[in-house]
Design a protein around this ligand. Structure first.
Ligand SMILES: N[C@@H](CCC(=O)N[C@@H](CS)C(=O)NCC(=O)O)C(=O)O
Length: 254
């Protein structure tokens, strides 16, 4: 019988609690059996911290023993080099290419659209959204203090990500097509296998975040991606009640 040597790697994830790429990376690190510590940051305030720590003002960033890596896609690649099992990318080159393409789409297109959509909802009701999604266990400061700054956080994030009435209209109109694209990736077998790959984690973390928002739920209901997202990310954050988006924006979702 081969002797198995398990070396537990300790790593620290610098994150905004509830951020979809941070959830993706956290789950990947856990799948790899790493001992994960987290440093929890508040939105907007995370930018100067991350710039100093990682040279780039975004989360997630991970401090591995002796190195710092920022960006969910770079972190996934590095995780597979450090701990090969279970693999986040298939060994077969053609299958790997498909997973990498889906992961890139999940990062550049879906992740970014879901982020803008979340801040679109938050623009209408900052407190509801932040209260529902904030987990007091991981919030870096007490909830009432965070809530006192809710309007400023939402104002800052909408500026950072360029969220306007116009991007809201574009993103809301495009959402159904993005969800159809995810279901297509599932039916083609690129995502949805027994063990989540890097594209599963990247894409399904976005679906999980969307499904926490009541106004998006009718569009998500019955889709295989939602069941899959619940399987890969079983922990539920709070739910933002339906009825936050105004009627003219809601109408764009169908
Ligand atoms: N797409 C990149 C960046 C992630 C990203 O934009 N994260 C947001 C929080 S969810 C952020 O840090 N935004 C600040 C900024 O864009 O300056 C990744 O997956 O690592």
């Amino acid at each position: 019988m081969p002797i198995m040597l398990a070396i537990m790697i300790k790593a620290t994830l610098w994150q905004i609690p509830g951020s979809h790429p941070c959830e993706a990376v956290h789950t990947a690190m856990t799948m790899k059996g790493m001992e994960v510590k987290t440093v929890n940051l508040l939105p907007v305030m995370h930018k100067p911290v991350q710039r100093v720590m990682f040279g780039q003002a975004t989360v997630p960033g991970v401090v591995f023993p002796g190195e710092r890596v920022v960006g969910s896609r770079r972190i996934m690649q590095r995780l597979d080099q450090l701990v090969p099992e279970p693999p986040l990318f298939p060994a077969d080159p053609a299958a790997r290419l498909k997973v990498e393409e889906a992961e890139t789409w999940g990062d550049d297109v879906l992740q970014a659209a879901v982020r803008r959509l979340l801040w679109t909802v938050a623009r209408h009701d900052p407190k509801t959204v932040l209260t529902a999604l904030a987990d007091p266990e991981t919030l870096p400061i007490p909830l009432p203090i965070a809530m006192a700054g809710a309007n400023q956080i939402v104002w800052g994030e909408t500026k950072i990500h360029g969220v306007t009435d116009e991007t809201a209209r574009t993103d809301l109109s495009a959402l159904k097509g993005l969800l159809d694209e995810v279901d297509c990736l599932i039916s083609e077998g690129v995502i949805g296998g027994e063990t989540p790959n890097a594209a599963d984690l990247q894409i399904l973390s976005s679906i999980k975040l969307l499904s926490a928002v009541g106004d998006f739920r009718p569009l998500l209901e019955g889709r295989p991606s939602v069941a899959l997202a619940d399987r890969v990310f079983p922990k539920s954050s709070g739910q933002v009640p339906a009825g936050v988006l105004p009627a003219d924006e809601l109408a764009l979702l169908s």
